[in-house]
Design a protein around this ligand. Structure first.
Ligand SMILES: [Zn+2]
Length: 412
């Protein structure tokens, strides 16, 4: 962490010129050291900057600790800061000693800064109200913060409300570099033994924390802060949240989904929950009615087949697995059939005599071991499945004639 780094300067430094100190090939990339530090290296939970050095595309920036070659100890400057070099990964070689114009991918940087400042506000408020510490922080598609104590979603909604009030107050974000004496007297979050220069970030009075990351200039730049979920994690909780454009994109995506659902159900978005409940209730009632009709149907059909003592192959369009099993079970108990096979056509758009017709099947018998024939049945019907010796079930792809033929061939 270098106090002089361009990525800490206010107003923001978006472009700068830098001389290439070294350039080393590494697999299909090049590792470059510059004489100016404007690209933020990955650290403190914040991803590295992206951008361009001349025509070269910058894909990664890492801080590498310098060590004494003889003792292996970390090197420090006279203020106690660990000495580092910053390595930039680019896609093409850059001439050593030459100066290049460097451009930071500003959208990416601001996304990281918004997330980082938003994370500080939420962590600061959780610490203030509950005394918990931020023990892990990760930014990728969604940002996560781990706290070392339990929090409910309801409690986090209160935190979210307060965090957004800090954003709307649009107060300046200040960076302080206190002397060791000043630091001693200052109360800040995650205070621990810190060596060398310490950088404190003050989020408009909502949070004061030691930090090496980049931040926005005023809290209003963060944009909306939206907490998405909370899950138990290592004795505490993991909170997922979005800040700024990420929160807006998420809102847009979810709003579009809600609009689609409201059109599908012909209700307004405000009435969606009632609308979904109504569809579920109707579906449950239909299931109940279909179950009752099916039962009557099994009984009536079994009555007409009660003296049939051969191999019964019964075709039932659209019956699901549960219904097929009930039907097969009923025929086994109430007909004299030696073996019962019940087949449900899966898709009414494919003709039953088509070789590509798909079926669910249940085959049962009280006297014949049907499991012993499962493999042969699957081979004949291009199917798969198995089960117990009294009953097997699975799926098949063949014409209805093949089903009849296979049942006769294997079980009569
Ligand atoms: Zn931080």
């Amino acid at each position: 962490m270098e106090k002089e780094s361009l990525y800490y300067q206010i107003p923001y430094v978006k472009e700068f010129d830098a001389k290439v100190l070294s350039c080393v090939k590494s697999e299909d990339k090049y590792l470059v050291e510059l004489d100016a530090h404007g690209f933020y290296p990955e650290g403190g939970g914040q991803p590295a900057d992206k951008g361009a050095i001349g025509d070269a595309v910058l894909s990664d920036v890492q801080e590498v600790t310098l060590k004494d070659p003889s003792t292996g100890e970390k090197l420090k400057d006279d203020r106690g800061n660990i000495k580092v070099k910053i390595i930039h990964t680019v896609d093409r070689p850059l001439t050593e000693g030459e100066t290049f114009h460097c451009v930071i991918d500003w959208e990416n940087r601001m996304r990281n800064s918004r997330n980082h400042s938003g994370e500080h506000i939420v962590s600061g408020l959780v610490h203030k109200h509950f005394g918990y510490n931020n023990v892990g922080f990760h930014m990728s598609d969604v940002m996560t913060i781990d706290f070392d104590g339990p929090l409910t979603f309801k409690q986090l909604m209160e935190i979210e409300k307060e965090a957004n009030a800090v954003v709307l107050s649009n107060v300046p974000v200040n960076t302080l570099w206190p002397t060791p004496e000043e630091l001693e007297k200052t109360d800040f979050r995650s205070k621990k033994e810190l060596k060398g220069d310490v950088r404190l970030v003050d989020l408009g009075g909502a949070d004061l924390c030691a930090c090496c990351g980049t931040h926005v200039m005023t809290t209003g730049e963060i944009g909306p802060i939206k907490i998405l979920s909370v899950l138990g994690h290592k004795g505490g909780v993991r909170v997922e949240l979005f800040c700024g454009n990420d929160a807006l994109s998420d809102y847009r995506k979810k709003h579009e989904q809600l609009l689609q659902m409201s059109h599908m159900l012909s209700v307004s978005i405000d009435e969606l929950v009632e609308g979904v409940q109504m569809v579920l209730d109707q579906s449950r009632q239909k299931d109940w009615r279909i179950g009752a009709i099916n039962q009557r149907y099994y009984e009536m059909k079994a009555e007409t087949l009660k003296d049939f003592d051969g191999v019964l192959t019964d075709i039932e369009d659209g019956m699901n697995n549960v219904e097929l099993r009930k039907c097969c079970d009923h025929f086994m108990k109430h007909t004299a059939s030696k073996v019962v096979g019940v087949f449900g056509r899966k898709d009414d758009s494919i003709d039953a005599q088509d070789d590509n017709c798909q079926w669910n099947y249940v085959i049962g018998s009280a006297t014949v071991d049907v499991r012993s024939k499962a493999k042969d049945f699957n081979a004949l019907t291009n199917g798969r499945g198995g089960g117990q010796k009294e009953m097997i079930q699975g799926s098949a792809t063949c014409s209805e004639s093949i089903l009849h033929k296979s049942m006769e061939e294997l079980f009569s």
